[in-house]
Write a protein that binds this ligand. Structure first.
Ligand code: BGC
Length: 456
């Protein structure tokens, strides 16, 4: 009897995590889809180079807005309700982009999709982190990153399939299906029990925990959440309090490191980089990009399996070491006078290793740690600050990559990212705490006691 109850609770837990991870899938799809669509939009709307850049980066601008407003809304109205709004914005954004009569309408539609991405990028991990039991929290939150990487691959494949017909409107339209599944699914999953306690509804939180945990776990967990919630003010000023300063440095620092080590130069410009490396045909370059996407998925799955066993720190450190080495090799390949044949393949290979190294650590670990290290009462707002830093750095790298290549050369650019990765490794080594096996409440207590991150 007890066993049966445990199985149905587990199933419900996975369902709730799976539904919210659809937010990650839409995030991935919507950032990936533009790479193929832009080729045809450019022709249909006769875009100048400047306008083309605006159409491509509109989604990043929207993400910044979503990241900025999402935290307050998540703390005020709850994670689930905000995700429902986000699903509607994803749907509207997709339809509006698909039927856009002109460039202005298309830009507006992409900003709308971007706002949804900016919110979903952190509210989905936040929600999962708050419903997950401590022993599998890493795995469940990383499910969101797995979904994200799958979303990127699906967008590449759909772009590829529709390219012959130049059907860019359909490329956007396909996002309506996952958005609808996301929106409908959210009506069947509960509010976060932790948020319910923070808003003064312990009875509702108990009812939710009873659906997610075995009966003997409910009382203890609820008591711990209530105990911690009672000590918090929940005001913006807490974000700047000396006790949380270190948590803010860790979150914002990791957010920036995740981007300035260069991952999105590959996600956004993979075909261009492959062409740099001597793959002359566009079709082969696009196919190689799908390969990059698949490696991203596979190694994120590996991380998901390991993250609660070996911990966040070891994965992060191995990941950054792998990224540094592969960037060094990539730069060296580009520094060779004759980049073709064997040297070209070394470049392609090291790019693949780089993506795999990112996927096994820095990709999922950043979003996971961000969802773990802040106190309940200000978790949404604090994550919003880290997310804003992440999207800002993302935008800066995206718009400066081709200029960097122009100024420093290809080898110089990848070596620069390699040098930054060494800095990121040191940051992670000295400042990122190991959150494996700790409840969110234990992590809060740690900061409040004024202890150092590595002492956790
Ligand atoms: C990052 C994104 C990136 C993606 C690639 C995410 O964790 O935040 O910027 O595009 O991983 O898989």
């Amino acid at each position: 009897m007890a066993d049966q109850a445990n199985t149905s609770q587990k199933r419900f837990l996975y369902l709730a995590a799976g539904v919210s991870a659809m937010g990650g899938m839409l995030f991935g799809y919507d950032i990936g889809v533009i790479s193929g669509a832009i080729l045809f939009i450019k022709k249909d709307f006769s875009l100048s180079l400047g306008m083309e850049e605006i159409v491509v980066s509109a989604v990043l601008l929207g993400s910044l807005m979503g990241a900025a407003i999402g935290g307050f809304l998540a703390d005020r109205f709850g994670r689930r309700k905000l995700l429902i709004l986000t699903a509607m914005a994803f749907c509207l954004g997709a339809i509006a982009a698909a039927v856009a009569p002109n460039t202005a309408a298309l830009i507006a539609a992409r900003v709308m999709a971007g706002i949804a991405i900016g919110i979903a990028s952190f509210v989905a991990p936040l929600y999962i982190s708050e419903i997950a039991p401590v022993t599998i929290r890493g795995k469940l939150v990383s499910l969101n990153q797995v979904a994200l990487t799958i979303g990127i691959v699906i967008s590449y494949v759909i772009d590829y399939a529709l390219a012959a017909d130049q059907a860019w409107r359909w490329m956007f339209a396909w996002a309506v299906i996952p958005a609808a599944i996301f929106g409908i699914g959210l009506f069947f999953i509960p509010d976060s029990p932790r948020w319910l306690v923070a808003r003064g509804h312990p009875d509702k939180a108990r009812a939710v925990l009873q659906r997610l945990r075995s009966p003997e776990e409910v009382n203890g967990e609820l008591a711990r959440i209530e105990h911690n919630a009672a000590q918090q003010k929940g005001s913006w000023s807490e974000l700047a309090s000396p006790l949380l300063r270190m948590a803010m440095i860790v979150g914002v620092g990791l957010a920036i490191m995740q981007q300035i080590t260069g991952i999105n130069t590959v996600i956004y410009y993979a075909p261009t980089i492959f062409k740099f490396a001597g793959l002359s045909s566009s079709a082969v370059a696009i196919l190689a990009s799908v390969g990059v996407g698949v490696i991203n998925v596979v190694f994120t799955l590996v991380a998901m399996q390991l993250i609660d066993r070996v911990g966040r720190r070891p994965l992060l450190l191995i990941s950054l070491a792998g990224m540094t080495l592969s960037l060094a090799v990539l730069g060296a390949a580009f520094a060779m006078p004759q980049l073709s044949g064997f040297v070209g393949w070394i470049a392609v290979g090291s790019l693949m290793v780089y993506v795999g190294a990112f996927a096994v650590g820095l990709g999922p670990v950043f979003w996971l740690v961000l969802s773990e290290i802040y106190p309940l009462s200000i978790r949404g707002r604090a994550m919003s600050v880290g997310t804003l830093a992440n999207w800002s750095a993302n935008l800066i790298v995206a718009v400066s990559f081709l200029t960097l290549v122009h100024i420093l050369g290809k080898a110089g650019t990848f070596w620069l990212f390699g040098a930054v990765s060494i800095g990121a490794w040191c940051f992670a080594f000295f400042l990122v705490p190991e959150t494996k096996g700790k409840t969110l409440e234990q992590i809060e207590d740690h900061w409040r006691a004024g202890k150092r991150p590595r002492a956790l």
